[in-house]
Design a protein around this ligand. Structure first.
Ligand code: C2O
Ligand code: CU
Ligand code: CU
Length: 500
């Protein structure tokens, strides 16, 4: 079944019920009431070489005045922005202050499996995990998040995610803005749902399990629809899609271009202008935006074509404004208010980094993966007939099994992987590697966002990647590959491999 047909079918199933409950507006629609963009603290570990993290329970208001129970690293919700230097070792001390097990994965760090923090490395409540991370990769914006099988979706949704920047001290030479919170903004974009009292809501209806959970409010760094002040200059935005399932189509309401300088795994040779950028869960993009004109502008996102259509999710979830959000076109993400301060970087750099080498053409091996959504039949039907639980998903016909390693890969080799999706688009992520996209839905020359080195790619039909395996991973602490729609991952759309 292809995506269009799948969406049509599930929409038809959903129209059977009415959706009269959707008539509520958003609480934060009026710009004057919009909160300022929160700037998570920057933890620069360059000098200390140490990173202390505590996973903790929190109470966070999300601007509504109502307190929600949340989770975070060192804070109520989300975590700090960690900045490390290329070439240094970072000694982590992570205390699990939760009352449940927790694994924490460094998404985008090229580190060995034994410190990767996948589901095999969950730590008990009250326990401490002390991996040493050898940081040896080009500058990039990576992140870290909960990865406790099968509770990743809920734990990340509650707030267990932070940003991990790798720096090499050469951004001045490159002509790039890099002053955190001044002309360099790290933006963790997430969608969340709130119940009528304004409390964070994560109740999964069948549609949420099938399509992944989508919220009707867009949060940046934990605040709904915030606004930011910045100098009248060239500003750098580090965009992370930290959502469970939503795919963003980001653009400015006045059409101003975004100049892409990096994606998941490092800088591009030169900025590439785009007016709209797609960002799937787990992906990162760094862009420069020109605010020298001093005019206000709004970053907005277009509808997510992976969610089926208006009515269905609102009906299935029975929650207030989901359906109305789906009916709308663009949703606001962040409004920018350039102020009068003096510009530091006042022109776009022409070049940023070395030319990319041509993608590899010789491969040690070819592998093929299909991302399967409904092993064992339609769960909706099972559910209607009194069955329980959600769908069982898998890769190559098998759901994830902690006890069974799926693939063995040679250390130091390059492989050709083909990944195919059906029914929905799936963001496919591989731990411990970076890869080049050789072909995607636009054919043999991948779309703009798929240039450069990546660790997560949206599979819309079929994608081919060339993967370099430079990090070892044992059978005890293997690397994972999975769909980064977190409800899909938890439902079994994941596999693991060792590298030796
Ligand atoms: Cu960001 Cu295995 O995940
Ligand atoms: Cu990862
Ligand atoms: Cu998926």
């Amino acid at each position: 079944m292809d995506r269009r047909r799948f969406l049509k079918n599930s929409l038809a199933a959903a129209t059977a019920a009415t959706w009269g409950s959707a008539a509520t507006g958003r609480a934060w629609a009026r710009p004057a009431e919009r909160p300022m963009l929160p700037l998570p603290g920057l933890v620069d570990v360059e000098k200390s070489g140490r990173l202390d993290l505590t996973a903790q329970q929190g109470r966070h208001t999300f601007g509504s005045g109502t307190v929600s129970s949340t989770l975070g690293y060192n804070q109520d919700y989300l975590g700090p922005i960690v900045r490390a230097q290329r070439g240094q070792d970072v000694a982590v001390r992570l205390l699990n202050g939760l009352d449940e097990p927790l694994a924490t994965h460094w998404h985008g760090l090229l580190v060995p499996g034994e410190v990767d923090g996948g589901p095999h490395q969950a730590i008990d409540p009250g326990a401490v995990w002390e991996p040493v991370l050898p940081i040896d990769q080009p500058p990039s914006t990576a992140w870290f998040h909960a990865h406790t099988h099968p509770h990743t979706a809920r734990q990340v949704y509650a707030g267990l995610a932070g940003v991990f920047q790798i720096d090499d001290g050469r951004d001045d030479e490159r002509g790039l803005p890099h002053e955190h919170g001044v002309d360099d903004f790290t933006l963790v974009i997430q969608d969340r749902r709130f119940d009528p009292s304004g409390r964070l809501d994560y109740r999964l209806a069948m549609m949420d399990r099938m399509h992944g959970f989508r919220g009707d409010h867009i949060l940046v760094n934990g605040a709904p629809y915030p606004r930011a002040r910045m100098p009248r200059s060239i500003v750098r935005l580090r965009l992370l899609n930290g959502s469970n399932a939503r795919i963003y189509h980001l653009h400015f309401d006045d059409g101003r271009p975004m100049h892409v300088i990096a994606n998941d795994s490092g800088y591009w040779p030169k900025p590439a202008a785009a007016t709209e950028l797609r960002l799937a869960p787990g992906e990162r993009l760094e862009v420069l935006v020109d605010f020298r004109d001093g005019r206000e502008a709004e970053l907005v996102t277009g509808p997510d074509q992976n969610q089926g259509g208006p009515g269905m999710m609102g009906m299935m979830s029975g929650l207030r404004s989901t359906a109305s959000a789906l009916l709308e076109g663009d949703m606001p993400v962040l409004s920018f208010h350039p102020a009068g301060e003096k510009a530091k970087v006042d022109r776009l750099p022409e070049t940023i980094d070395d030319e990319l080498p041509a993608p590899p053409t010789a491969f040690a091996r070819r592998r093929h993966f299909t991302l399967d959504m409904m092993l064992g039949g339609m769960p909706m039907m099972r559910g209607m007939m009194g069955g329980s639980g959600g769908p069982t998903m898998g890769i190559n016909g098998r759901p994830f099994d902690m006890q069974r390693i799926n693939e063995q890969v040679g250390l130091g080799t390059t492989e050709h992987w083909t990944i195919e999706s059906n029914m929905l688009m799936h963001p496919f992520h591989i731990h411990g590697v970076r890869f080049r996209v050789l072909a995607d839905e636009s054919g043999q020359s991948p779309r703009l966002g798929n240039q450069g080195y990546k660790d997560t790619v949206l599979v819309d039909g079929r994608v081919e990647v060339a993967v370099d395996f430079t990090q070892p991973a044992s059978r005890e602490t293997p690397f994972m590959y999975h769909c980064h729609i977190l409800e899909h991952e938890d439902a079994g759309m994941m596999g693991h491999f060792n590298v030796s």
